[in-house]
Design a protein around this ligand. Structure first.
Ligand code: SF4
Ligand code: MG
Length: 335
């Protein structure tokens, strides 16, 4: 498996100095060519901060406190996204990595036709195309997401929420990026529509060969649509595994709780129990395992020692996976 985007030891803070809140801690995450990697966790776990940090879209007071984000272009040598100049960054966005924001469907400009907005994205990066070529490309992009080309002349308010969301996905694909990041792209839509859009995206991924980092709090969607899943809690990755392995046999009690928080469409019915308590306050993170105040399995080392993320002991391992939990220790607690 070839990497396309490697997040290495990324740390993101909000604020500086003693007041800094550590929103993303020591995250390593690799997106491979052609895969759908799901990133799950409750709101406030650091998922969006991780994605915005890795693509340099953090708004102040967010700051990168350390790490590297190595991007592997189709041709040429890999480079660190965090070291790009503003000009290089403008060329990188949309063309190499695009992102569909949370609530993006409401970010279409209400006074411009869909065609104008699509053409703007294409033209900004591919100057010199004729009017006819631009319109043809815009129509082709709408076609990719299942929208008839007569909708090119529509204004956003004339389209349903689902269609607006598809237009945003078409825009994200406009310059054939290698990486498409989706941050809760479908939460505003009903469940049936969400699944329809995701199914379409996965089919496009197979046809066009891009990779997807898909961020959501709804783990049941990821189980259906992603190849691998990483789970975040309190700014850290606490488990990463192939989707099927995670569903069958989650190792981290938090993953287990998340899986039981959403109804699954396929597979055995699970009793939905959710997770008691609420996510940790990033300003006052619990010592040891940050999940311990909510964990039904917490035991001696959990309140004092941070469990490292690593491959579980052989007996637990079902393929390539990592976990950060003292129930599956990679090393003995020290100190
Ligand atoms: Fe629960 Fe302890 Fe594992 Fe944390 S380390 S998830 S508290 S068992
Ligand atoms: Mg978010």
């Amino acid at each position: 498996r070839e990497p396309v985007l490697e997040i290495r030891n990324l740390n993101v803070d909000y604020g500086l100095g003693d007041d800094a809140v550590h929103a993303v801690r020591e995250v390593h995450l690799t997106l491979h060519r052609g895969e759908v990697l799901g990133l799950a966790g409750e709101s406030g776990s650091g998922k969006s901060t991780l994605a915005y940090g890795a693509t340099r879209l953090l708004a102040p007071p967010g700051v990168i406190a350390g790490g590297q984000v190595v991007y592997h272009p189709r041709d040429g040598a890999p480079f660190d996204v965090l070291a790009l100049t503003p000009k290089q960054l403008r060329a990188f966005r949309w063309a190499e990595t695009s992102i569909v924001f949370q609530g993006a469907m409401n970010s279409l400009n209400p006074v411009h036709k869909i065609s104008v907005q699509l053409v703007d994205v294409i033209r900004a990066h591919t100057p010199g195309l004729t009017r006819a070529a631009l319109t043809a490309r815009a129509a082709e992009l709408l076609g990719l997401v299942g929208i008839a080309k007569d909708r090119l002349d529509a204004y956003p308010h004339q389209l349903s929420g689902g269609m607006r969301q598809r237009v945003m996905i078409a825009m994200a694909l406009a310059l054939e990026p290698q990486v498409v990041i989706m941050d809760e792209p479908t939460t505003a839509l009903d469940v049936v529509m969400q699944r329809q859009i995701l199914r379409q995206l996965v089919a496009l991924r197979e046809r066009l060969g891009f990779s997807v980092l898909f961020i959501t709090h709804d783990l049941s969607l990821l189980v259906e649509f992603s190849d691998r899943i990483a789970i975040m809690y309190g700014g850290r990755i606490v488990e990463e595994a192939p989707a099927a392995a995670l569903y069958r046999d989650s190792l981290h009690p938090y993953s287990h709780g998340l899986l039981n928080s959403f109804p699954a469409l396929r597979g055995a019915k699970r009793e939905l129990s959710g997770i008691p308590g609420s996510p940790p306050d990033l300003r006052a993170m619990p010592h040891g395992c940050s999940f311990h105040p909510r964990c039904p399995k917490a035991f001696a080392p959990c309140g004092t020692h941070l469990p490292p993320l690593g491959p579980p002991p052989a007996a637990d391992a079902a393929g390539d996976r990592t976990v950060a939990c003292w129930l599956h220790p990679t090393t003995a607690p020290v100190g």
